[in-house]
Design a protein around this ligand. Sequence first.
Ligand SMILES: NC(=O)c1ccc[n+]([C@@H]2O[C@H](COP(=O)([O-])OP(=O)(O)OC[C@H]3O[C@@H](n4cnc5c(N)ncnc54)[C@H](OP(=O)(O)O)[C@@H]3O)[C@@H](O)[C@H]2O)c1
Length: 241
Amino acid sequence: MFAKKLTCLATLLLAATVGSHTALAATPSSASTVHNIGIVGAGNMGETLGKLWADAGYHVMLASRHPDSLRSTANEIGHGTQVGTAEQASQFGDVVVIAVPYGALPQLGQGLHQQLAGKTVIDVSNPYPGRDGATAAKALSLGSGKASAQYLSGAHVVRAFNSLAATAIASNAHHSPLIAIPYAGDNSKALAQAKVLIQQAGFAAVNTGDLATATRFQPGSSLFLQVLDEQALRAQLADER
Ligand SMILES: NC(=O)c1ccc[n+]([C@@H]2O[C@H](COP(=O)([O-])OP(=O)(O)OC[C@H]3O[C@@H](n4cnc5c(N)ncnc54)[C@H](OP(=O)(O)O)[C@@H]3O)[C@@H](O)[C@H]2O)c1
């Protein structure tokens, strides 16, 4: 009887172990080779995304021009979240997220050229000419995806998360049914990494196509600020073709 109980216990333990390995196989690091995420800009967007990814098991470093002021935010996020300069976060990240006022992109792109070369960069920044001047005006006429790729030349840019308010991202993560995040990019590895990071943040990932298609969810587009599930987002994209 005792031996039978032990066998049952062993079977349960084995099942639990196999189960946890199965879960691990689906964890962010093994599925996409992303372990570290550097976030340049730690305001509404950077903090919101940093928390979602830290909660999902990624190592996060937040950066701004005043990294010491980010310590309390990093402590609130927890999970060992670090702070650093933009250079340090760009070096640290397997993927780097840019979440700054759009007008800062040209200067950041030049300053971080070496660290970002060949790296996946998820740009969540939105161009507003009133705030960001000529840099934003150019982005709106060229298309935000193409413009970001020029400003951040050498990086594999993906546009994502820019079409929802930070508050909507925070309150809708892991919602059921999942809320959809449209994303666009030119590089297949960068797109695959962005897709996993969107999913791990608690959303459905909907690829609109190459970087030129980022206009479909930039400020002024019909999808901008729309909180939609995957089916509704795909239907709207199809309607607008
Ligand atoms: N808020 C939203 O709901 C929302 C939604 C979608 C997209 N976006 C877009 O995402 C971007 C960020 O928005 P946000 O609301 O998070 O802005 P925010 O709260 O003002 O935060 C901006 C962050 O960027 C840092 N920063 C500014 N210039 C920098 C530079 N040259 N180098 C490094 N860090 C710099 C700021 O810190 P320091 O000043 O200390 O450097 C701050 O941490 C914007 O382009 C915005 O349009 C915002």
